[in-house]
Structures are given as C-alpha cells and as structure tokens.
Design a protein around this ligand. Structure first.
Ligand code: ZN
Length: 429
C-alpha cells in the first residue's frame, strides 16, 4: 500500500504494474489504493473525476479534425457508441478481483494508474487540481483505442493505444504505468502553468513540459513499495551510482530513472533544438541530481552515512577506485539498517515532490525558462527550510549550464512524436 494514504480514510483498491509487464515476464501487479472511498467507483471504472470506456468500432482518435455541420471540427468525447463489457467492482467496491488475463483488466489498470498519479500530486500540491478543459467537460474520458500507436492527452480525453513492434503481440500502453502517469503529468502542467497566450511559447516551455511529465511519472512510481525496494536492493542504498560524474553508473531496471540519470547539458541546445524530449534532458537531469543529493543529506541527518564518507566521496570522485570504494561502504551501512535508507529515500521523494509543486505554481507559461524554474525552486527552499538545499539546487543547475546559456530556436517543424505541438495543446474554439 502506498505511503501517502495509508493513514487516511480507506480508498478503492486496484492492481497496478509499477512498470510495463512486457519487460519482465514474472512481473506482478501491486495492490494500491486510490483516494476514492469504497463504493464510489462504478463500472467502467467510472468515478467523479474520470471514467474509462472501451469503445466498439471506434476508428478515429480524439483530437483529429472531422467534418461537422458547420465545417471542420475537432473530434472530442464523449464516446456515444457501443462499448465492450466494462470492469465491474467487487462487492466491496474494489477492482482487485480482475485477473490480468481478463479483457477488462486494461480498463481497470488505465483508470487506476491515472487516478493514482492525480492522488499523489494533489497531495504534493495540497489542493485539488482542476482539469484544464473544465470549461467543456467535468470528467476526463480514459479511452482505449488499439489502432492508435500512441498515448495522448487532450481536451477531455486520455486515449491509449499500443504497439505491435514485437512480432504480432499487441502491447497496450494502458498497462505501462510510466506512459499513463506521464500523460497525467502533462494535464497537471496545463492546469497549473497553462499554455502560452501566443501560439508558440519559448522553447524551454516545451522542454519543461516533457521534463515535468517525466518527473511526475518518476516520483509517482516511487510510491510503489516494490519500486523503492528494488532500487535500494540493487544499489544497496548507493544512489551516487547514478551520479553523472561517477563513470560506474549501472543502468537501473527502472525506465524513468534511466531517462533521468542522463548527462546532457544546456549548451548542446544553444544553437537550436528539434525534439522537446531531448531538450528536456538537462532540466530532468538537474532535478534528478538534486533528488540524489537531498537523499544523501537525509542519510547524513539520520546518521546512516558519516560526514567522513561524504568527504571521501568528494576526494575520490573521478578516480578509478571511486565506484568500488563507495559501494563497499554502502554495502556495509545498508546491511545494518535497510529501513533507515528507505525512510531517507521517501523523505527525499516527498521533499522534491513538494518543492516541484510549489515551484510550478509560481511559473508563467509566456516567460518560462529553466533558469526561472531554478529561481522558483530557490524561493520555495527559502520558504520551507530557510535555504537548506540552496547549494544543492544552484550547484546542480549550474552543472547543467542552466543560467549560463539558454535553448536556441526550434530547428525543425514539430513531427508526429511531438507532444506539445500536437492535439494536446489544441483548444477548440
Ligand atoms: Zn510527453
């Protein structure tokens, strides 16, 4: 059960795969509780904020332009045709009785993943996050469309298809927690930061959007007990292993961490950029390094590592023996108190989640820059802890050359993989 809600009123239970089950044939879904009280989620699943449909015979993705009575118009929810049998709650109102082999499992998983992500982030924001499309729709329609090789969120919908790249096997994105959570991340940013008022905003706005969506998915996935345990067991609590300066970086089994533990710097984009996914990497990398450093601060606070270990780490950094020496020390310390390491990791996770939420509240879509994100984080840090993490934030942002240079112009027309120039950002007139 997740950390955030275990002390609160009972919620509705779902089985979720923390990572795509297609990567690991032995993957087992984990039981999580979403914030909705038992009995409040009906068949679909369907709740007050979102509902899932599995349409029969739907061929057109939402957001496409179609002919309407008054000329071309955007195709939008709600689906009014036939539907496949919905996922039904059990007698207690939960959805944990549906086996992954049941065709209704996909609908339940999509709903649970989207709702769980929103729960975690409304916790960090400490307020409800309204849908950016609330003008036209009360609820988000979660729609399954197997013919779509994509997952996209837009005006009133989150639609997921799947890929057939692996032979003839259909691998639905609805079962990939990171994909669904990332899309909800975009929705959160549209709601909290908004869209540029002119058609095209500053380039760093688009990189920021992707970075924020990835961080939403990453921090939400750290609310799965199995993800936290796996990360700590694999590293024996040594997250320095992901530090960009340690050349011994083992690749994590977690896809989001692989993405975040990158070594891109902003000057690589100073002459221009064509993919906002690539452009997002220096910012995501800076945030991930901040996270690792906060985690180590918490280890120090709890006496799980010693200041001498920190000094030694600084001294050996970049030398051939660095990785092995550090790992030996972590192996020893971690074996003494694995639970202490777990608590430090959860504290770092929640510091970063709260900092990001508070910082995002301060941003303006028309003037957004990575350096502005740093300044917002520093303001939050000053207010919450009196500058406890100032050195960490400034150091890691400077390492990524944020504040020293900025992204140049967009070089290529957005292609179909672009999230920001897609139907996500189009608002019907
Ligand atoms: Zn995206």
């Amino acid at each position: 059960m997740n950390q955030t809600f275990q002390d609160e009123a009972p919620g509705t239970r779902f089985l979720l795969y923390p990572q795509s089950p297609f990567m690991d044939p032995n993957a087992k879904p984990e039981l999580v509780e979403i914030s909705a009280p038992p009995g409040s989620i009906g068949a679909g699943p369907s709740g007050p904020r979102m509902y899932t449909v599995n349409p029969v015979g739907k061929t057109t993705p939402y957001g496409a332009m179609i002919d309407g009575p008054f000329g071309p118009q955007m195709y939008l929810p709600s689906w009014d045709g036939y539907i496949h049998p919905p996922a039904e709650p059990d007698e207690y109102g939960n959805f944990i009785h549906i086996d992954p082999s049941d065709p209704a499992f996909e609908a339940a998983h999509l709903f649970g993943a989207a709702h769980f992500t929103m729960d975690v982030w409304e916790g960090y924001f400490d307020r409800p996050i309204p849908w950016h499309f609330a003008r036209d729709f009360d609820r988000l329609e979660l729609s399954l469309l197997p013919s779509l090789d994509n997952a996209h969120i837009g005006w009133g919908f989150l639609e997921t298809g799947g890929t057939r790249e692996h032979g003839n096997e259909y691998r639905p994105y609805s079962l990939n927690f990171d994909v669904v959570s990332h899309e909800i991340g975009h929705a959160i940013i549209y709601s909290v930061v908004g869209l540029p008022t002119q058609g095209d905003g500053p380039g760093e706005y688009y990189g920021f959007h992707e970075s924020a969506a990835d961080l939403v998915a990453l921090l939400t996935s750290l609310h799965f007990g199995s993800v936290v345990d796996g990360l700590l067991e694999n590293t024996r609590g040594n997250l320095y292993t992901f530090n960009r300066l340690s050349r011994f970086a083992e690749l994590s089994e977690n896809a989001q961490i692989r993405l975040a533990a990158n070594d891109r710097v902003l000057s690589e984009f100073a002459k221009g950029w064509s993919s906002e996914h690539d452009l997002s990497e220096p910012l995501t990398g800076a945030m991930f390094d901040v996270f690792v450093d906060i985690y180590h601060e918490r280890l120090l606070v709890h006496d799980l590592i010693s200041p001498e270990m920190e000094d030694l780490s600084d001294k050996l950094e970049g030398t051939p023996e660095y990785g092995a020496v550090m790992q030996r020390m972590f192996d020893e310390r971690y074996a003494e108190d694995p639970d202490g390491f777990r608590i430090a990791l959860l504290e770092a996770r929640d510091f970063l989640g709260t900092y990001l939420a508070d910082a995002w509240e301060m941003l303006d879509a028309d003037m957004l820059s990575y350096f502005g994100v740093e300044r917002a984080l520093l303001a939050v840090d000053q207010e919450i802890t009196g500058d406890a993490f100032r050195r960490i934030i400034e150091g890691n942002f400077r390492m990524r050359e944020i504040g020293l240079t900025e992204a140049g112009p967009r070089l290529a027309e957005p292609d179909e993989n672009s999230h920001s120039a897609s139907i996500r950002t189009q608002v019907p007139d």
